[in-house]
Design a protein around this ligand. Structure first.
Ligand code: ADP
Length: 566
């Protein structure tokens, strides 16, 4: 399957879009604008990105209409409405129409370039441009951006479901019945995503906040006493305290902003040949626009008023436009397959077996969710031997998911609530350690697979846990290949997640949970959304993972396929 090409180096594309934006802003020459639009169109074509023709026509039409109604200049009169007519009365001229159309054309150029840019860049790659201290914010933003298409899908699904029930959404009054399910779906997705991220070692500053609170209060107190002392006529001592407190506050803020663990980045930003060309062309184009605006503004100028004349084209204005056409002539059409690298990588990782699985022991665990009276788990006592294949079953609401989440520390770290007893995985107490620390020991695949994805490409998804663990970039490619090979998904490595079937997505989620080689694997209802063939494939995959020496714990109520293995 051919997927649109994406480049992992965002800077050349950001610069290219900036140069298009500058071009569309510095000129209102219709021929230069049309040429610029043609270049954006061709660049999109070369990268399998459809051109927004309808939107372009709408913008040009709207610009022309708006300007002809609101501007009363120009000599070529099209028609005249009585002056007494409020707002719309007066002369309608060809000049105003043409100027408005050109404004619309300039906006269309910018919109089309922005569309190509967003299709071209993965939000994750853009997030990586952020300095380490802002990584978390960048990642959250990129995940939020990746949510947008999912949100649109959910909206379509909700509309469809409402239409089936005979409810049609007409106008703003009916917005509430549409917004409410959308909001709930988004919240559920967000919670599932947060769990899936934490289960793969993603940590935020939450744990650190508590550690910083006392020193920060101390520093603030010093600072305030310093201010008070200075004002109360104790200037020398006051200023010393003020500086001490202020300095300590700044130091603490800087330390707090530093990521807890050094994260690494898979896909080091090594620009391809095309990226270098795009970068060079965009830089020269920017310089070209600047030079023209400063030294030969007449090449970019076209005056409509007072009378429309045929535009004269200045060849100098074509130079920056042509430099921006480089992506159109130098673009590969399909995603670069890196399977050859995979194979050698797999060979290199042979022998790096998962560490032997630990015993899992629940010692009188009682857990109650926040705001609920009855505990979800009560006095649970069980021992799972190393390398077991266990199926946890029971009706909905019986606590299967809760039990799994105790093993990797999501309970109580993410869930909140009160817990008593201990859940021990080997020597580690999961309740003390929390999900980020347990990630290298326990992998979790949550039920809503789609909601658990943080990236839009398969290999980036598998890389996520490795990045959080600070695995050196040089070792990552091999680990990704090995995790994908373990679940029979090596061939999916270069694919976009959105193009995968349910069964394929399940495998990728499994590989993502296995990337850190945890000896224990938890799966929450892995078969619930699969067809019989997909379910059989996943069960076969689990059997292999178990045979390779892992502990596999599956919460499921579709038992017929699992019981013979468990
Ligand atoms: P299962 O996986 O067997 O369907 P769960 O472990 O999801 O069961 O839920 C066990 C019980 O805990 C249910 O009664 C459920 O309503 C409750 N529960 C689950 N999650 C929460 C939560 N976040 N807040 C409050 N109650 C919850």
């Amino acid at each position: 399957m051919s997927t649109p090409h994406r480049d992992s180096a965002p800077v050349p594309w950001l610069l290219w879009a900036l140069a298009v934006l500058v071009g569309a802003s510095v000129t209102r020459h219709p021929l230069v604008l049309a040429l610029l639009l043609g270049v954006v169109w061709a660049a999109g074509e070369a990268r399998a990105h459809p051109f927004p023709l309808r939107l372009t026509l709408t913008l040009v039409g709207f610009g022309a209409l708006w300007n002809v109604v609101s501007v009363r200049q120009g000599q070529t009169v099209l028609f005249r409405l009585p002056e007494a007519w409020l707002l719309v009365g007066g002369l309608y001229t060809l000049e105003a129409l043409a100027y408005g159309a050109m404004q619309g054309l300039a906006v269309a150029v910018i919109v089309a370039a922005a569309g190509l840019l967003t299709a071209q860049l993965s939000p994750r790659d853009v997030a990586r441009l952020a300095p380490p201290a802002l990584y978390e914010a960048g990642l959250v933003l990129s995940v939020a951006l990746a949510f947008l298409p999912q949100g649109r899908e959910t909206l379509a699904e909700i509309r469809q479901a409402q239409a089936v029930r005979g409810h049609r959404v007409n106008g703003p009054r009916d917005l509430l019945p549409l917004m409410l399910p959308l909001l709930v779906a988004a919240l559920e997705r967000a919670l599932a995503l947060a769990e899936a991220m934490e289960a793969r070692g993603f940590t935020t500053g939450r744990g650190r906040a508590a550690r910083f609170r006392l020193p920060a209060l101390g520093a603030l107190a010093l600072f305030l006493i310093g201010i008070g002392g200075t004002l109360a006529g104790w200037p020398s001592g006051g200023i010393v305290l003020l500086w001490l407190g202020g300095g300590a506050l700044v130091m603490l803020a800087l330390r707090r902003a530093r990521p807890l663990r050094t994260r690494t980045a898979y896909r080091p930003r090594r620009p391809s040949r095309v990226a270098w060309l795009v970068l060079g062309g965009a830089t020269l184009a920017l310089a070209g626009w600047g030079a023209l605006a400063a030294l030969a503004p007449e090449a970019l100028a076209y005056t409509v008023y007072p009378r429309l004349a045929a535009p004269r084209f200045d060849l100098r204005a074509a130079i920056p436009v042509m430099l921006l056409a480089l992506p159109a002539v130098a673009s590969p059409k399909t995603t670069v397959a890196r399977t050859s690298v995979c194979d050698t990588d797999v060979a290199q990782t042979e022998g790096c077996a998962t560490e032997s699985p630990p015993e899992i022991v629940f010692e009188d665990v009682t857990f109650t969710y926040p705001g609920v009276d009855a505990p979800a788990l009560r006095d649970l006592r069980l021992t799972l031997p190393p390398g077991a294949f266990v199926v946890v079953t029971g009706p909905s609401g019986s606590g299967k998911s809760t039990l799994l989440r105790c093993i990797n520390g999501l309970v109580p770290h993410s869930s909140g609530g009160t817990v008593a007893g201990r859940a021990r995985v080997g020597a580690r107490d999961a309740f003390d350690a929390g999900p980020a620390e347990m990630a290298e020991l326990v992998g979790l695949v949550i039920q809503s697979i789609e909601a658990s994805f943080v990236a839009d490409r398969v290999e980036d998804e598998v890389a996520f846990a490795l990045e959080n663990a600070g695995i050196p970039p040089a070792a990552m490619a091999a680990r990704i290949a090995a995790a994908l090979a373990d679940v029979g998904a090596a061939h999916l490595r270069g694919r976009a997640l959105a193009t995968l079937s349910g069964g394929e997505q399940q495998r990728v989620a499994l590989a993502a949970a296995l990337a850190l080689r945890p000896p224990v694997l938890l799966l929450d209802e892995p078969l619930s959304q699969l067809d019989p063939q997909g379910a059989a494939d996943v069960v076969a995959c689990l059997r292999d993972l178990h045979a390779a020496g892992r502990t596999v714990i599956v919460a499921e109520h579709r038992l017929e396929r699992l019981i013979p293995r468990a």
